[in-house]
Design a protein around this ligand. Structure first.
Ligand SMILES: Cc1cc2nc3c(=O)[nH]c(=O)nc-3n(C[C@H](O)[C@H](O)[C@H](O)COP(=O)(O)OP(=O)(O)OC[C@H]3O[C@@H](n4cnc5c(N)ncnc54)[C@H](O)[C@@H]3O)c2cc1C
Length: 449
């Protein structure tokens, strides 16, 4: 058992008092802060909204070189609209985001420029009048009466926890990865080799010909090449090679390091994970140059600013979203957004992955954002109330942004009407979200309570 010390009682000055406090400036937190601070017509709501972020940049995992997944449904229609789509459209106007490319494997891929994303994130916070505090780590929440007050720094009415952590962990967790990019790749050579030689370059799920076009894609496979590399002594932590297009023609982002069994809430394990990923990435870059056509003269260009955590704590909410809801294309009466992405299960042991799709898309119920017992708190992003398998679908950035918008708008309504998240008029929330452009499926009977 760890040694413990008693913290002496102390008075802590109140630094600020706000209406809504958003913890974490990732895709969910950014949308939450913006939605809380503006009305559906874009004017400021007049609420005092603050966003605290523990790192020195905004964007969370949007700054890792990853494509935004989940903007299209399996039928090819846009299912993420509202503020997230406005964000992508503004990036696109600057040449910093691509179109949504439909993909039979990942449903849709939208590439974004990490640096452009950081900049636009600041701009939307400024336009909405959100006060941002960087390098502030939310370590504890003090509960006073019905509300949650952050210790000694900020008093608030509603806390939005969009930092991907909170209360609850089930058995195994999805493993973390440190992304890196390589430039100098001869992409034409790569694409043609893959398309022309399915006998040599084995690609999972998709026909090799899919990769011939110069368009957004994630290549998953090359198991033969990994086997050969291992025979020659390379130490590769995964069974499949995974890399995806970047914004430049010769740029590919590599998603292959992984550390199983890491608890991201434990600083020692988190630190060890970073170190292991750095070592793995050096070996992976060496492998790509030696075994993948087009990578011969490639070089490591950027390394993501931090190891990305796929899963840590999440809340137990008024409703726990399940994998069955996903496979049933659930329609909930209290839907606040729609998601469409397979249950993408990175096996916490071994280096493989399993994908299981829903036929179209599914609703996310408001109740999955509302903690079961705590008042004054809403969650969005990868900390929502969902099973391990359901999280493996709903966690991707399209839905995370959409849930952030819903949580932010709900917080705004709570402050305006004096309601608690659990007693909020969800019909009114849905109306406001519709007015802001959020996509809801056409009226059809619900199939879930
Ligand atoms: C390696 C990897 C690959 C992935 N691939 C894809 C992909 O290709 N496409 C896709 O759409 N999704 C992908 N995902 C999933 C997706 O990135 C996340 O699920 C999504 O970013 C969740 O959004 P979020 O806002 O909840 O959390 P995050 O993006 O993790 O943001 C959380 C923010 O909160 C801050 N924070 C954390 N704790 C505190 C605290 N105590 N106080 C203050 N601030 C805090 C963090 O610094 C961070 O900025 C991937 C995830 C990983 C890890």
């Amino acid at each position: 058992m760890m040694k413990e010390i008693q913290e002496p009682a102390r008075s802590i000055p109140v630094r600020d008092e706000v209406d809504v406090l958003v913890v974490g400036g990732g895709p969910a937190g950014l949308m939450a802060a913006q939605a809380a601070a503006i009305n559906p017509d874009g004017s400021r709501s007049g609420l005092k909204v603050m966003l605290i972020e523990s790192r020195g940049t905004l964007g969370g995992n949007m700054t890792q070189g990853l494509p935004l997944l989940g903007f299209l449904g399996r039928k090819g229609n846009e299912v993420i609209k509202g503020l997230p789509l406005r964000f992508v459209e503004r990036l696109r106007e600057r040449g910093q985001a691509t179109h949504h490319r439909a993909c039979p494997l990942h449903v849709s891929l939208t590439m974004i420029d990490p640096e452009g994303t950081k900049r636009l994130a600041w701009e939307i916070m400024e336009e909405a009048g959100v006060k941002v505090l960087m390098y502030v780590f939310c370590a504890e929440v003090i509960k006073e009466g019905k509300y949650e007050d952050l210790p000694g720094h900020i008093k608030d009415n509603i806390v939005l926890d969009a930092d991907g952590k909170f209360v609850f962990v089930e058995g195994s967790r999805l493993p973390p990865t440190l992304m890196f990019s390589m430039r100098g790749v001869d992409s034409r050579k790569l694409r043609d080799a893959v398309a022309d030689h399915p006998d040599i370059y084995d690609i999972d799920f998709l026909p090799n010909e899919f990769f011939r076009a110069s368009d957004n894609c994630t290549m998953v496979g090359f198991r033969n090449q990994i086997r050969q590399a291992r025979e020659q002594g390379y130490d590769i932590p995964v069974e499949r090679t995974i890399f995806m297009t970047g914004m430049a023609d010769d740029e590919w982002w590599v998603n292959m390091s992984r550390v199983n069994g890491i608890d991201a809430t434990d600083p020692e394990q988190y630190t060890r994970g970073e170190e292991i990923c750095i070592r793995q990435n050096a070996e992976i870059a060496r492998y790509l140059k030696a075994f993948i056509p087009g990578f011969e003269h490639a070089y490591v260009d950027r390394v993501a600013p931090f190891m990305g955590i796929r899963e840590s704590r999440r809340i137990v909410g008024e409703y726990v979203l399940t994998e069955q809801d996903i496979f049933d294309c659930a329609r909930f009466p209290d839907a606040i957004g729609v998601a469409s992405y397979p249950v993408d299960l990175h096996h916490p042991v071994g280096g493989d992955c399993t994908l299981m799709w829903c036929p179209d898309c599914y609703d996310v119920p408001y109740r999955s954002l509302v903690p079961k017992e705590v008042d004054g708190l809403l969650c969005a992003g990868r900390n929502i109330s969902a099973t391990h398998l359901a999280l493996a679908s709903v966690r991707v950035m399209g839905p995370a942004m959409c849930l952030g918008e819903a949580a932010g708008k709900a917080a705004q309504l709570c402050v305006r009407t004096g309601a608690q998240p659990r007693t909020l008029d969800v019909g009114r929330l849905q109306q406001e979200l519709k007015a802001e452009g959020v996509y809801f499926r056409p009226d059809e009977p619900t199939n879930k309570e």
